[in-house]
Write a new protein. Structure first.
Length: 484
């Protein structure tokens, strides 16, 4: 076994609501309709006009993993459809979802480094039919940091200088495939998987907009999927603090175990949100909001954790900072990583300049990576080699996996009647096309047979006739592709 010195970045924050701007009521309108190259000009208010271009952050196929009826289920979602309504303004650091309704724009997302927008459906439209929206100031975290070093025993991962040199030519663009895990309380704030995926795409594209200074190679982070998971599945009760060493180690083991299920991404990131961070005196407490393995990309230490208030983008800076660590960046004014041969470090870049890998927030540098950070990420991505550059999500054709496709109906019924030897599962139609799963077993009592029944929801895509499947409790036309 070889020992690997791994460096963690632990981010602390102290949040305050004092001094936030009052929300602003606006009526966004399109100044230029969608052109042949997909561009839009959107007037948000008199001080803000966005020159929007199509954003591309979702992989062609996105995995959405959830637990249904006690079973882990993977559903494939069309990433192109998710991307179709996503737009960005590189100069304004804006990423928004644009939906056009009768020529009027409904906007959600980030309209600048410090503001977000959402429609107000309870307010009447303007006389010209424009949809009312509210612009909110984003409640960014004030951060301070602590770097933590420790030693991990690395199995099957022997680090030598030879591992870090490659004769392969680095492509012009490296796509870093990122899979996200949302804890159950975080995910529950969204109205279904599409809304959650769109939000994570906007959050991740905000990271991409802060990576635009990266050249040779260019770097783009692509979302490959999202899992909604209960904390006990990855934290194993190790700590009350979601973002400490023990939590990261537990999540690393979880990420290593689930790597194939996640589609073999380059990095995995956990999003969480913990309410109740105020003390009895009403003041916000300092606590950790992010932690990640430095240079963990494309290794088995490829995980990071970060906190974000779902729907309101408070974690943009935390997620950007932690992904910077995963891609190889130490904090500014810090020496080279001790376990990456040739790592350039960040001694030449002053902490006080206030770039992303510092927590000094004094000007626009707060939304940029320093030249030292860019050099470090460039070095680590180069030495990770061809296996890291390959875009797995573009190459594989994954069959949709639905609970009914896995034929779990009898397992559901056996769970309803545990320890009974003759449990049966039967699909019934109590009212028209309504699908229901009847679970039953019987027992012999003298000359009589007593039947015991209970009913459960039918897993989506359970066959219910020729070219028909149950979806959301209804038998509808549809088929499930067979496995190759």
């Amino acid at each position: 076994l070889s020992s690997m010195n791994l460096v963690l970045a632990l981010v602390f924050m102290c949040v305050t609501a004092e001094g936030l701007e009052e929300p602003r009521l606006v009526y966004p309108r399109l100044l230029e309709e969608r052109s042949s190259d997909g561009k839009l000009v959107l007037h948000v208010h008199d001080e803000l006009t966005l020159n929007l271009e199509q954003a591309s952050v979702a992989a062609p196929q996105l995995r959405f993993i959830d637990e249904r009826d006690g079973f882990s289920v993977t559903e494939m979602v069309d990433g192109k459809e998710i991307n179709s309504n996503l737009y960005q303004d590189r100069d304004q650091l804006a990423t928004v979802e644009v939906k056009l309704t009768e020529g009027n724009a409904e906007i959600r997302g980030i309209v600048g480094p410090n503001h977000r927008i959402e429609p107000v459906l309870t307010t009447e439209r303007s006389e010209s039919g424009l949809i009312p929206h509210m612009v909110h100031e984003i409640q960014h975290a004030k951060v301070r940091d602590q770097a933590i070093s420790f030693v991990e025993k690395a199995k099957r991962f022997h680090l030598t200088a030879r591992n870090y040199h490659t004769e392969d030519k680095v492509p012009e663009e490296v796509i870093v495939e990122a899979f996200f895990v949302a804890d159950r309380s975080y995910y529950s704030t969204f109205k279904g998987n599409r809304e959650a995926l769109v939000y994570v795409c906007m959050l991740l594209n905000s990271v991409n907009l802060r990576m635009t200074d990266m050249k040779n190679p260019r770097v783009r982070i692509a979302l490959t999927g999202l899992e909604s998971a209960a904390q006990h599945e990855y934290l194993q009760g190790v700590s009350k603090n979601m973002h400490d060493n023990a939590a990261l180690r537990a999540f690393q083991k979880y990420g290593e175990r689930k790597k194939n299920d996640f589609g073999n991404p380059d990095i995995v990131f956990l999003l969480s949100w913990t309410e109740g961070t105020q003390g009895s005196d009403g003041k916000w407490r300092s606590r950790a909001t992010g932690i990640a393995y430095v240079s963990g990309v494309c290794t088995r230490f490829y995980v990071g954790l970060g906190e974000d208030a779902p729907g309101v983008f408070t974690g943009v800076h935390t997620v950007t900072h932690e992904i910077g660590h995963l891609l190889g960046s130490e904090h500014d004014e810090t020496g080279p990583s001790s376990f990456v041969p040739g790592h350039p470090g960040a001694k030449a870049c002053r902490w006080s300049d206030g770039y992303i890998m510092s927590y000094v927030d004094k000007d626009a540098n707060h939304h940029k990576f320093s030249r030292c950070s860019l050099d470090q990420m460039r070095h680590v991505l180069r030495v990770r080699g061809k296996a890291c550059w390959e875009v797995v999500s573009r190459l594989e054709n994954v069959t949709n996996k639905y609970p009914g496709y896995r034929n779990v109906t009898r397992k559901i019924c056996m769970r309803a009647f545990p320890k009974k030897p003759n449990v049966q599962a039967e699909l019934i139609y109590p009212r028209g096309d309504e699908c229901k799963l009847q679970c039953l077993y019987w027992e012999q009592i003298g000359y009589f047979t007593r039947y015991h029944r209970t009913f459960r929801d039918v897993p989506d895509f359970t066959p219910c006739g020729h070219n028909r499947v149950c979806v959301r409790g209804r038998c509808v036309p549809g088929t499930i592709p067979r496995k190759n």
